[in-house]
Design a protein around this ligand. Sequence first.
Ligand SMILES: Nc1nc2c(ncn2[C@@H]2O[C@H](COP(=O)(O)OP(=O)(O)OP(=O)(O)O)[C@@H](O)[C@H]2O)c(=O)[nH]1
Ligand SMILES: [Mg+2]
Length: 548
Amino acid sequence: MVKKKELSRKAKLSIYRSIYAPTLSYGKFGEVFQACPTGRRPRGRPRRRWRDYVSRLAWERLGVPPEELEEVSGMTSAVVDTQDSSKRRKEEEEEEEEEDEDFIDDSEVEELFQQQAPAGFGEEQHRVFIVHPDVKWGSRKQHLTTAELMMAEAVGLVNTLDNWRVLDKIILSTKTPEKKRIFGKGNFQSLTEKIRQTAGITAVFVNVERLSPLSERELEEAWGVKVFDRYSVVLHIFRCNARTKEAKLQISLAEIPLLRSRLKNEIANLDQQGGRTRYIGGSGETLLEVQQRLLKERETKIRSALEKLRKKRHLLRSQRKHKEFPVVSVLGYTNCGKTTLIKALTGDSGLQPRNQLFATLDVTVHAGQLPSHMTVLYVDTIGFLSQLPHQLIDSFSATLEDIKHSDLLVHVRDISHPETVNQKVNVLNVLKNLQVPNRLMSSMIEVHNKIDLVDNYESTEPHVLPISALEERGLDELMTAVEKQIVNSTGKHILDLKVDLSSPQLSWLYKEATVQDVQVDADDGSAVVKVIISTAAYGRYKKLFAGR
Ligand SMILES: Nc1nc2c(ncn2[C@@H]2O[C@H](COP(=O)(O)OP(=O)(O)OP(=O)(O)O)[C@@H](O)[C@H]2O)c(=O)[nH]1
Ligand SMILES: [Mg+2]
């Protein structure tokens, strides 16, 4: 909460900037501040009129409706409310304390992030032996893929990491993947021999979603090297690619289960030496209890910091909506070409597509123009992966939530990938689990990307758009399709309206709709204006200017 008395112009600017920076230019903040530089109601100006005035200013200049103004961490009270009662001050102080308690600043996030890197990762180089347990029948059998393709994906995951390389790999069948040692006795023994005899192995990657702490420990003891599962490998890739505060916090949260497993294993080791029952410094807590409590506290702190960022995201979202830029979320399996496509559509040179799994971990927004000059915002999202552990998805769910609030979804598929059908099924499943609204599912545009890599590409599926994001082929057709769907889904129309230049029609249209083009006819003082306008605004326009 901001203390209104100490609120300097600079402080206010930084509050506004932190909240609106992604969508508003500096100049607009300045305008509101010039109107109320001290944040106080001028002497003699009635409170209600002052409040109305500031609200109107915020609405017109910042595009923030009054009810949202209230949400902006005390902005209204800082700007509007000059009531100086002690009650109000006390409330503010209390809120301030509350806020401070779970406030995490950038350096703290960084420290947390670096501190809790799970053992065995870090800068270490690994020569990895990959084991893929193949379940041939039963409920755990994978029907849409083959063990070879799953192995190829596991190799891809390892190769994504700079200092890791695959030394050897094996597919072994098992009937009992849920058992501690995963394989039957015979297979396990021969596997152990192979691992122990292959020189130079530093880690084994067991290609299952998640190993229990006990399994992990037993396998590490049997094989004498570090053991990773899919969860820990994917998380490590995330860790290497995280750039922003939110991504780092989400990863730190997803790492908590790993830290818990590690803790259990450490305590089990201590147990064997009788360490568990020792109390720490007369506190009445055992080592395990203290560690668990600290972990719990850390988890709560991360969650509340993430919640704060989520609220801010919500505000940005409603603002984006208010600004009436349609939002198009570009989604798809990891490495299918989402970032490359957005770069091609927007010309945003800041985007860096990489031939790497999970190159994009943060949701970023990029403005682009459609054929009719309508501005849309493309949202670049994190890629999907089959069998991505649920806990991991959970911690990134806020990021994925954004998808649900778009006006349109574009599903990009790497059509040159051998697993492309399976990847599509996977993406649709994730969307189903996210409970993406039906209207978005039915209007979703499916794009077949990387057609340059397929000889004589011909689609066997109807209603899909073939493109090559890299060679910028098929983009015009895609933009036309996006525009058509956006116009449909947002209830907007693209119209040519004839306006009388001596009337306020044109300025009204500038305010209430998106003006694309103005062709002035100097002779009769009129102009033909191309606008994108909502049904509601068009109704008001007709009512206001009927008969002109
Ligand atoms: N040949 C070819 N390669 C492409 C095409 N589109 C993307 N790529 C390549 O595919 C790789 C992945 O591209 P990205 O755009 O980073 O993929 P992404 O879907 O954003 O990946 P993540 O962010 O990791 O989920 C890069 O090496 C791109 O150059 C295409 O149309 N043709
Ligand atoms: Mg990307």
